[in-house]
Design a protein. Structure first.
Length: 116
């Protein structure tokens, strides 16, 4: 996913916490380099790599973070504000579709996780 933002990319070292469950969410992140692990209740649920994204739910519903995000490797992230997210949704239909497809994949994965 290629997105040009006004924001400066941010970097994290392995083991750094990017955000925790319940934290307020005013940014989503696009992974430019490295891998980020997502945990729910300290259970690893997904590893997001280059060109993947995470943190979109908090921008969509203005609720606290639903997961903990931790750098697995050295990572470089491109933050996206709500204003930038809305612009991308309005101007780039493929971006919207990609976000929706990823969210559906994550919901289906969680569904399989909780069902025996």
């Amino acid at each position: 996913m290629t997105v040009q933002t006004e924001s400066t990319n941010v970097q994290f070292k392995p083991g750094d916490i990017i955000f925790k469950e319940g934290d307020p969410g005013n940014l989503m992140y696009i992974v430019k380099k490295g891998e980020v692990e997502l945990y729910i209740s300290n259970q690893l649920v997904e590893t997001v790599g280059k060109d993947g994204f995470f943190g979109e739910m908090a921008l969509i519903d203005s609720q606290g973070r639903s997961a903990k995000a931790m750098a697995k490797t050295e990572v470089e992230l491109s933050p996206l504000t709500e204003k930038q997210f809305i612009f991308m949704v309005q101007q780039t239909p493929f971006f919207s579709l990609r976000v929706l497809r990823t969210m559906v994949q994550r919901i289906r994965a969680m569904d399989r996780f909780i069902k025996p």
